[in-house]
Write a protein that binds this ligand. Structure first.
Ligand code: NAG
Length: 494
């Protein structure tokens, strides 16, 4: 009997406290709005159930030189076809690959890159982990294929448009590697992975040419990517080890790359991959490398496009883009932060955070806490901060989210997770990342919370370089103005 008499009392207390809170809310509304964002819980789902692909929001920075770029899953994706697969991303797997990738980049930044990888034989893929990449991809065409029967039938057009029959290839966009590649015939499974696009066949391209062993382009591969020479054919061999267990090897070749009618790169150097190791997911054809080192698409197009490119990583249900060159209109509003390059590892783009603001309040960490810098990376999923900074962010976030406690189980390296199922809406504290020079990323709820968890993690140590992840970059156009030594952000671009 005691128990039942307690129950109404408890109820009363709950009711009265909620009554008082709402009475105060009116006066505090304005202030609250500046510190919090209220969103339907369903919008925080990775890919909302009713999601459809919305089009582009604004013109890319160089409106004459861009291609679509999408998340590998969701309604805008061109490579995931089965409905069940479209919606099901295993966040745990994705975070595992994220950790492998970022720790490898870290070793490259802290050691001599030259010693990594060369000569390791590629074995057929045998992995037990199904990789669920979260990396955005774009589609480009390689080759002319003017010798195919298809083009002979359409010979009138082939003479006026030599790219008529080039093969369209959907590739992963990677700002932290330098050697672009696509899978290339002959390409037997399991040495190669399944891909959705037709395989690129050098034999059918009249513009294809293997790079000879003694050529400067072959020598440029150096000890990191060079993989010897085929003595009978004088063909230059390449290999790229990604350090997360993935690798690709084959012949280093040239052909015409057509990204859009206005972006045509003649004699584009890339890897013609005959074998891969590790799980390259989503049936992509290869990787479009945009790093700052030799051989990348950026280096190969620097003269024509001023050593700059930009992209907008979309949320899964909208369309993003990859654009070559800088802004063509002064009205495009970018906020800039200096770009730092490491002499020993020119591939990577490093920026410096200066402060983080959570629910209107700056975290109480000294600017020196950010001293190691952070790699701006298209492939890293979550932003990684020095432990001391992450601890302060986590404390501020948890306190702002106290109403949704207790914490749910951690998801791999994400340790601040909530079960929102009981709540139709979530009041998310605003989080802003402030970079050196004042450029600021004001994050949307979906850039703060990933699958119910705070989408940030700690680096392994105060000395470790951090990462700006693609979850936090999404919806901003990120401009890598390598020539100008700066990185720019433009809000609301996709
Ligand atoms: C924009 O793209 C065109 C090619 O379509 C190129 O010629 C031009 O240099 C680019 N502009 C900038 C500012 O990079």
């Amino acid at each position: 009997m005691k128990v039942s008499s307690l129950q109404p009392m408890l109820l009363l207390i709950i009711l009265s406290s909620s009554c008082c809170l709402s009475a105060n809310a009116g006066a505090r509304d304005h202030h609250e709005l500046q510190r919090f964002m209220v969103v339907p819980t369903s919008s925080l789902k990775h890919i909302p159930e009713d999601a459809t692909c919305s089009g582009h929001k604004v013109k890319p920075s160089n409106s004459t030189a861009w291609v679509p770029m999408n998340r590998p899953h969701g309604p805008c994706s061109s490579t995931s076809s089965r409905a069940s697969e479209d919606m099901g991303i295993d966040v745990d797997d994705m975070l595992l690959w994220d950790q492998l990738r970022t720790s490898y980049i870290r070793t490259q930044l802290s050691t001599d890159v030259g010693s990594v990888g060369a000569g390791i034989p590629i074995i057929a893929r045998s992995t037990t982990v199904s990789n669920r990449d979260y990396t955005p991809s774009s589609t480009a065409s390689v080759g002319t294929n003017s010798g195919t029967s298809k083009s002979i039938q359409k010979s009138d057009q082939t003479t006026t448009n030599e790219h008529q029959d080039a093969v369209s290839q959907t590739v992963v966009v990677d700002t932290s590697s330098d050697i672009p590649w696509v899978q290339c015939l002959p390409c037997p499974i399991p040495q190669c992975h399944l891909q959705k696009d037709p395989l690129y066949d050098p034999a059918k391209s009249s513009t294809f040419a293997p790079i000879p062993c003694g050529s400067p382009a072959c020598k440029e591969l150096g000890s990191s990517y060079g993989n010897g020479c085929s003595p009978t054919t004088d063909e230059c061999k390449y290999i790229v080890n990604y350090g997360d267990g993935k690798a690709t090897t084959g012949t280093y070749v040239t052909d015409t790359l057509t990204m859009s009618p206005t972006i045509v790169v003649k004699d584009f150097r890339f890897g013609c991959s005959h074998a891969v190791r590790g799980s390259f997911s989503n049936q992509n054809a290869g990787i479009l490398a945009l790093g700052g080192g030799r051989g990348s698409l950026l280096e190969q197009t620097a003269d024509a496009y001023g050593n700059a490119f930009s992209y907008c990583i979309p949320k899964p249900s909208s369309a993003g883009f990859l654009s070559l060159g800088g802004p063509v209109e002064a009205s495009f509003k970018f906020e800039y932060t200096p770009l730092i390059k490491n002499k020993h590892a020119p591939t990577f783009y490093i920026v410096h955070l200066e402060a983080i603001i959570v629910a209107g309040k700056q975290l109480g960490v000294p600017p020196t806490a950010f001293a190691t810098g952070a790699v701006m990376d298209s492939g890293a999923v979550v932003t990684q901060l020095p432990p001391q900074v992450y601890a302060a962010l986590r404390a501020a976030f948890r306190s702002a989210m106290a109403a949704y406690g207790p914490l749910a189980a951690s998801v791999r390296n994400l340790d601040t997770c909530y079960d929102f199922t009981r709540f139709p809406e979530v009041k998310v504290p605003k989080v802003s990342l402030v970079f050196a020079g004042g450029a600021t990323l004001d994050l949307e709820p979906a850039s703060i919370i990933l699958d119910g968890c705070l989408a940030f993690a700690a680096t392994p140590g105060e000395e470790s370089v951090g990462f700006i992840g693609n979850v936090q970059q999404q919806t901003y156009e990120v401009l890598y103005d390598v020539g100008g030594g700066k990185v720019g952000f433009r809000r609301g671009a996709c």
